[in-house]
Design a protein around this ligand. Structure first.
Ligand code: SAM
Length: 266
């Protein structure tokens, strides 16, 4: 998988690509990346990439600045992206273009999985008040929000999306690590413990020391359901609506719906 990141601040995503698990995936050739500085495609002497938005009334201008369309379009062309209406000129599949914005569709584990199936992804990082709508209309395939809050930087949002995507690519992390993770099957993850066995008077739940495979499985499943009911009942509702839970899960939900709260020490 190759990530192209179009940005005014390449140093922000660069730190991510050069650190820890991502750096290893790059060294092993599983991931490739290309940071494109949009300012290299500015056409005036000041290398300007933003301007005032239209729409001011009664002499009062719209607050903030907006990224200009042409430097972004040229940066997109430099990585071989054509306008959506033109399709792919090379005969190869057109690269999917993502723009992170608070007004986009929510980033979910399912969407991350869908993006992980692409060979290449192109991200446009917004700054200021965002980018000119015509860039979105012409080029963007996915507008994605990472949550109901506003960041100052598309670089941070883009890095979040890339992080959610690249770890799902085969070979980046072990497939066992992905099993039972939060959202993998509509439930949040169970509580986890490491050494020491007693920490500030809090002990590791005995069942985890028992070595009893089936008891541990049942304990973990129950804890996952408890936590999901407590923190994200919407996830339970969604899975129930689509009749996606096993009989065992349905039974535990019914037991817990009688009012038992979440306690990681049980
Ligand atoms: N004026 C925009 C609005 O109200 O929707 C906010 C612009 S924000 C200050 C600057 C950039 O940060 C955005 O263009 C976007 O790329 C990024 N950004 C901020 N919050 C985000 C979020 N929740 N999800 C995805 N991207 C976000």
């Amino acid at each position: 998988m190759k990530f192209h990141v179009l940005t005014l601040f390449p140093e922000i995503p660069r730190a991510f690509f050069e650190t820890s698990i991502m750096a290893k995936a790059v060294t092993r050739g599983i991931i490739d990346y290309n940071l494109v500085n949009i300012r290299d495609f500015a056409y005036d002497t000041h290398k300007n990439c933003d301007d005032k938005p239209y729409g001011g009334v009664l002499g009062k201008r719209v607050p903030g600045m907006l990224m200009l369309p042409e430097p972004i379009a040229l940066a997109l062309a430099s990585v071989g992206v054509t306008a959506r209406a033109e399709g792919s000129k090379s005969g190869l599949q057109r690269k999917r273009v993502v723009f992170c914005t608070p007004s986009g569709k929510p980033l979910t584990q399912a969407l991350a999985g869908e993006l992980a199936a692409e060979d290449e992804l192109v991200f446009i990082c917004g700054r200021y008040e965002g980018i000119d709508q015509r860039v979105i209309d012409l080029y963007v395939d996915d507008e994605i929000s990472i949550g109901d809050y506003v960041l100052s930087s598309g670089e941070v949002a883009t890095t979040v999306v890339i992080d959610a995507v690249y770890r799902l690519i085969e070979g980046v992390i072990s497939s066992e690590s992905l099993e039972d993770e939060s959202f993998s099957d509509g439930l949040l993850e169970y509580p986890q413990y490491t050494r020491p066995e007693i920490y500030r008077d809090l002990t590791v739940p005995e069942v985890l020391l028992s070595g009893h495979h089936e008891k541990i499985r049942r304990w973990r499943l129950r804890k996952r359901i408890e936590k999901t009911l407590a923190f994200r009942p919407d996830l339970i509702e969604k899975m129930r609506d689509s009749a996606s839970f096993s009989e065992e899960v349905e039974l535990i939900i019914k037991e817990l719906e009688n009012g038992i709260g979440f306690n990681s020490q049980d």
